[in-house]
Design a protein around this ligand. Structure first.
Ligand code: HEM
Length: 256
C-alpha cells in the first residue's frame, strides 16, 4: 500500500517541479502563424490591387494563379489548394489566440480597467488585437469559404460582380479595417516580443517601429479602399451582365 502512495506522491512532486514548455511552444506557434498570415496579406493586397492597373493586369494575375502560363490551361483548383493552406493557418492562429482572450466578463472588466488606468499604448493595442481578431473569426471565414469553394469565380468582372451585385462590399470594408489594423499591430508586437531590430536603444527602436507600423497600415488601408472602390465602380457598370467573364481584347471568350 505505502509503496503505491509514494509512487503517486513522488510522481506528483516530480511533475510539479518541471515547468511545462507547452505555453512557450504555443506562443511560438501563434507568432509564426501570425507572421505567415501578415506576410500573406501583404502579397494578397498586391494581387487584389492589380485592378488599379486595369482589368488586363488583374486578369493576368488571376490566370497566373490558375497555372495558365505554366500548363497552357487554367486549373482554379490550384487556388483552392492555396486557400486551404491559408484557411488552416488562419484557424490554428485563431485557436491559439483564444488562450489570450478574457475568459469571462469579470476578467474582461479587469483588463479594461487596467487599460484605462495605465494609459499605456501597447496595452491598448492588445485590445485592438482582441476586437479585430474576434471580428475576423466571422468576416475572414466567410471570405475564405467563398474563395475555397468558388476559385473559378475570380477575375475583373467576376470579383466586381461579387463585390457589388453579390453585396460583399460591406463585409470587405469591415474585413479590410480589421485585417490591416490586426496585421500591423501584430507585426509590431512580434518585433517587440522577439526583440527584432532591437539595436542599442530599445526605446528608440520601439518608437521607430510604432511609426513604421502606422505608416504601413495607412498605405495598405489606402490601397485596399482604392481597390475596393475600383471593384465597386466596375461592378456597378457591369450589373446588367452579371456572370459574364472578362477576357482581354484578342483573347477568346471561355465557353460558358
Ligand atoms: C488564399 C486565400 C485568399 C484568396 C484567394 C483571396 C482572394 C481575394 C480576391 C480575389 C479578392 C477580390 C474581391 C473578390 O474577388 O471577391 C479579395 C478581396 C479581399 N480579401 Fe482576400 N483572399 C484570400 C484570403 C484573405 C484573408 C485571409 C483575408 C483577411 C483575413 C482577406 C481579406 C480580403 C479583403 C479585406 C478584401 C477586399 C479587398 C480590398 O478591400 O481591397 N483575404 N480576396
Amino acid at each position: 500500500m505505502s509503496k503505491s502512495i509514494d509512487l503517486v506522491a513522488g510522481a506528483g512532486l516530480r511533475d510539479k517541479t518541471r515547468k511545462s514548455r507547452l505555453p512557450a511552444r504555443l506562443d511560438f506557434l501563434q507568432s509564426a502563424s501570425g507572421l505567415f498570415l501578415a506576410l500573406f496579406m501583404w502579397a494578397h493586397m498586391i494581387f487584389v490591387s492589380s485592378i488599379l492597373l486595369g482589368k488586363d493586369a488583374m486578369y493576368t494575375i488571376t490566370k497566373m494563379f490558375e497555372g495558365y502560363y505554366v500548363f497552357g490551361k487554367s486549373y482554379p483548383g490550384l487556388v483552392s489548394c492555396v486557400v486551404a493552406v491559408v484557411f488552416f493557418v488562419f484557424i490554428v492562429h485563431a485557436g491559439l489566440a483564444l488562450r489570450k482572450f478574457p475568459i469571462n466578463y469579470r476578467q474582461y472588466k479587469l483588463f479594461r480597467g487596467h487599460m484605462k488606468m495605465m494609459q499605456h499604448e501597447d496595452t491598448s493595442l492588445w485590445f485592438v488585437q482582441v476586437y479585430t481578431g474576434f471580428a475576423m473569426f466571422f468576416l475572414g471565414s466567410v471570405h475564405l469559404y467563398i474563395m475555397l469553394t468558388h476559385p473559378d469565380k475570380i477575375g475583373p468582372y467576376a470579383s466586381a460582380d461579387r463585390v457589388w451585385s453579390d453585396l460583399m462590399w460591406p463585409l470587405y470594408i469591415l474585413l479590410l479595417l480589421a485585417v490591416e489594423f490586426h496585421g500591423g499591430v501584430g507585426l509590431y508586437r512580434l518585433a517587440v516580443k522577439w526583440g527584432w531590430l532591437e539595436g542599442k536603444n530599445p526605446n528608440e527602436t520601439r518608437k521607430k517601429l510604432k511609426k513604421a507600423k502606422w505608416g504601413i497600415t495607412i498605405v495598405l488601408l489606402t490601397l485596399g479602399f482604392l481597390s475596393l472602390a475600383a471593384y465597386i465602380k466596375i461592378g456597378i457598370a457591369h450589373s446588367d451582365q452579371v456572370g459574364e467573364r472578362y477576357t482581354p481584347a484578342g483573347v477568346e471568350q471561355p465557353h460558358q
